[in-house]
Design a binder for this molecule. Structure first.
Ligand code: GAR
Length: 222
């Protein structure tokens, strides 16, 4: 029997470790999503090689080739749409997106951010968490809306902040959680289990369907 998988186009700007985690998950025969293309705004993004090694089509749309954000996002959208995505997955895609681009992929574009949103939107989240003296830090997968690093939250993972942490050690602990929650969120989307309700997302089939805050491991999540 042919199983139709959810077509994911993954957008990256750099290392691609979240892409790698999703590719690894997608390698399982029963995973309901497939990465059909990887698109980058940086020609030298390390993650592009991961995609090539996996035999996945890649495309580079360099932002430096376009005069402004609107022109760039139009070109990006044209390229992304050639791969007919059901879901656009932002995995370290370090660009502010135009409202038009966001609207085009409404309810079918997700992002991962290295903080427990709505805290620490933007850059340098690990150092800012340390500077703020928070006891817990973490990462968030959310649907993308026009406001940067906002949008209905799908899943969060929290980690403890240790007394001897620096941004590097804390960031590494958070990244390891990112690699757990992002493939899980993609799977939930592909299974049709995510229902947006206002700023929240109900995850169908979970004992606690309104939120998904997990510290520090996802063992209990199905
Ligand atoms: C990840 O930590 C991701 O959460 C962050 O960029 C990193 C990309 O790493 N994204 C953002 O800060 C978006 N606001 P990766 O390329 O190894 O997946």
């Amino acid at each position: 029997m042919t199983v139709v998988k959810t077509r994911c186009v993954v957008l990256i700007s750099g290392r691609g470790s979240n892409l790698e985690a999703i590719l690894k998950a997608a390698g399982a025969p029963d995973y309901p999503a497939a990465v059909v293309a990887v698109v980058s705004n940086k020609v030298d993004a390390l993650g592009l090689q991961l995609a090539r090694d996996a035999g996945i089509p890649v495309a580079v749309v360099p932002n430096t080739d376009y005069p402004d954000r609107v022109a760039y996002d139009r070109a990006l959208q044209t390229v992304v749409d050639t791969f007919e995505p059901d879901l656009v997955v932002l995995a370290g895609f370090m660009r502010i997106l135009t409202p038009e681009f966001v609207a085009h992929y409404e309810n079918r574009m997700i992002n991962i951010h290295p903080s427990l949103l709505p805290a620490f939107t933007g850059l340098h989240t690990h150092q800012r968490a340390l500077d703020a003296g928070v006891r817990f830090h973490g990462c968030t997968v959310h649907f993308v809306t026009a406001e940067l690093d906002h949008g209905p939250i799908i899943v969060q993972a929290a980690v403890e902040v240790h007394a001897d942490d620096d941004a590097h050690s804390l960031g590494a602990r958070v990244l390891s959680e990112e690699h757990q929650i992002y493939p899980t969120a993609v799977r939930w989307f592909a299974e049709g289990r995510l229902h947006i309700a206002g700023q929240g997302v109900r995850v169908e089939g979970r004992a606690d369907p309104l939120s998904a805050v997990v510290a520090p491991r996802l063992k209990a999540i199905v």
